[in-house]
Ligand binder design. Sequence first.
Ligand SMILES: [Zn+2]
Ligand SMILES: [Zn+2]
Ligand SMILES: [Zn+2]
Length: 951
Amino acid sequence: MNDKKTAGEDYKKTLNLPQTEFPMRGSLPEREPPMIERWHRDRIYYRMVEKNIGSKLGRFLLHDGPPYANGNIHLGHALNKVLKDVVIKYKNMCGYEAPFVPGWDCHGLPIELGVEKQLLDQKRDKAGMPITQLREMCREYAKKYIAVQKEQFNRLEVFGDWDDPYLTMDKRYVASIVRELGRCAAAGVLYKGNKPVHWCASCTTALAEAEIEYADKKSPSIYVKFDLTDDAIRAFPELAEIVRREGATRTSLIIWTTTPWTLPANLGISLHPEFDYVAIKVPALEGTEIWIVAKGLQESFERAAGFEKPSTTLLTFKAERLHRKNARHPFIDRNSLIMMGEHVTLETGTGAVHTAPGHGVDDYKIGMKYGLGTTAPVDDKGKFTTEFAEMQGQFVFKTNEPIIEKLRAGGHLVSRADIEHSYPHCWRCNTPVIFRATPQWFIGMEPRAGVGMTLRDRAKAAIREVRWVPSWGINRIMGMVESRPDWCISRQRTWGVPITVFYCESCNEPKADQGVFNAMADQIEAKGVDIWFTEPAEKLVPVGTKCSNCQGTKFKKERDILDVWFDSGVSHAAVCEKRDLGWPADLYLEGSDQHRGWFQTSLLTGVATRGKAPFRTVLTHGFVNDKSGKKMSKSKGNVTSPLDLMKTHGAEILRLWVVLEDYRNDVNFSMESLERVSESYRKIRNTIRFLLGNLYDFNPDKDLVSLNQLGDLDRWALARSSVVLEKIHSAYESYEFHQVYQQLVNFCSTDLSAVYFDILKDRLYTAGKSSPERRSAQTAMWLICDALTRSIAPILSFTAEEIWGYMPKRERRPESVFLGEFPSETELKPWSDPKLEEVFAKIWDVREIVLKALEEARKEKTIGHPREAKVTLAVEPAIRQNLSSTREDLGRLFLVSELELTSAPAGAEPVVATVTRVSGEKCARCWVYSKTVGESESHPELCSRCQEAIH
Ligand SMILES: [Zn+2]
Ligand SMILES: [Zn+2]
Ligand SMILES: [Zn+2]
């Protein structure tokens, strides 16, 4: 260096100021897409999984629940897929072979209705169209949205086997569905029955439990008289006696209903065998009537029926006295059988329950027990058939009033009111559904001939073997399986998998053997499923098939298709097993609504066909609501699209938002919370930028300093990192990603930025480029940057990959961060140093006191910059010992030019910091005040450290 150079400015060139190309701003919306393309081009997902084949940790299978191939993805989809993606990346980076095969649910009503709407818009007639043409349009519709959603999930940086996802309409998959149906037949749980199911008259199909939504509906609430027959009265002498004594004109059981339209299907009245019933005296226009209700409901009934004062009870008796006797139907010429049923309650009504086996589940059950059959005089469109000729062709809900009128005219109406109650609605079209008995295929939950333990009991046992996270999930699904009816799996629509059953032409006996299903599956796998619709039965039925009832050889095809929930419910077989991914899966991860949907249908098919649940762990997340906790819906206009957010903020911000909240509860979305996340992201990014900026001249292969040679402060930074990174590790391991977020953000802003970097700047910039103290700092920074990047990669995938590209590389380092390893305990263990952490924890306490004193001194203008300060610390012996136990220059830790330690006088505060102006000159290069400035002849403006540094 030239001796003449004395101006301070010139020394600036000798400082090691940070240099990096790593951009300050993320510019995520523009810069993410090229990175995503690069991942695809370089097949990073496939290589990430392949490198773990044969790993000693084995496989980890997270099986994707298929979203429905309809429309753009919404925030709920984004939450779900990001959570899965975090798990997949984490597991693979830990060394598990963790493939992710994404899937789509392709069949079903929403798509069929979408196509019907298209046809309507084009003024084309669906009626004249061949079924295969309609199905082709549905297929195209599904394909279109699969492509759309695939693109959108990719934009979210989700890794997976996007080259070969599973589609429930793919012929391989359909063949699996048919085989699984065959297995259900072989297991004895598949049967055809004629029992009431939820029926949407608007969509003209049966609906599964999962397709029902409850909403308020206004209905008439009526009390109706069913007169006892003379036989019934005669067989009950005490009652007969009262009737005679009172001269009663009629003696009636009173029922209550909110569905007058089901009265034409009434076949009986159910009473509870243990309840007391009362016969009460009711004055009527002509003479007296005797009415019978349960004693426990007498008061509420009389109030509802408008009694002015309590009635007189004539007789109290047990229901048994009327068992198997008859009442008369109020307007149809037939009897209504009096039955005993445990399902009768004292919650509402009269304790005498109107029973229409064709229109209710309990009604059906008790009707079967008493051999009543199932009358349901209602057609697919919800209109009365000729069986109730009087109102034939009228929509049932519209007949409530005429029926009530009829009851009134016949003197059978006690009273009417209107009520608002929770009523099942169709999930698709939001219209109220009806219960209607039709011939349907079922998976039976109840005891059946030839089946040992019921499917219900086996499913309950299987539930106990599964880990449910959060733990309340077990009670929820247990309760649902406990009370669910048989699963109706047939649908009367077009777009779905055919139920490949043949019926005997002559006796109509169904042929539903496993062999027939398997033969059909083979043909479907070879030629596609449409052969079922294009080929006649004789070409499809296996050669030599005979009717097991009449030995007939002519068959016709079943016309019903399968419930889509059966399609997705067998994905464990069609995907996990068929693709050799493993069975059961390690993890299913879906929204908590799937306890009654996919988790349950998967469980039932798994248990029915393989005796076990197809998953080991089930993790659920809540829903994404708007900022005030309301459900997002188009009609309310409170929907936020993830696509918009990716355009304005980038996928990284959305991913970080997903992990910010505890997803196990419902999460509320607001732009404010997204802005908070953006702010955190900037902090993380700045932290990383500082690290990268100071590593520009660091070559880890040459310059890495061994751990025991590091300075205490750098050693502390590593020790602290090991603690934080371990916490992050265990948060991932227990799927508590919000803890990852908390730890990460705190670590970056507090330990690193506010403390470590703050102190380090001086050393990094002013020490000799390759001096031991600078290399020591760089070693710690490089190790932290490297481990931190791998730790955040599962969440901040783009950012981690970006950092990976800017970091000084070791030789043979993998080209993508996702081909690297997640920081393991073995890797972090050597960094750990609890003793040193303890020493520094106490130093930081003292530092707080010093910083406060400096702030005071600045206010009082004793000093300008902290470097102008000399601090005298009077401390008690224990603290003094702690402060002296580090080799670090305490003045530098506290950012002052000079520090003196003295002992605190007895009785004083344990730490007292006194600030005075430092003596000595300001060094022109590092700006620290030092007595050594001026000592050198060649560089009189420099302190001794700087003189050394520039040589
Ligand atoms: Zn509907
Ligand atoms: Zn036959
Ligand atoms: Zn200096």
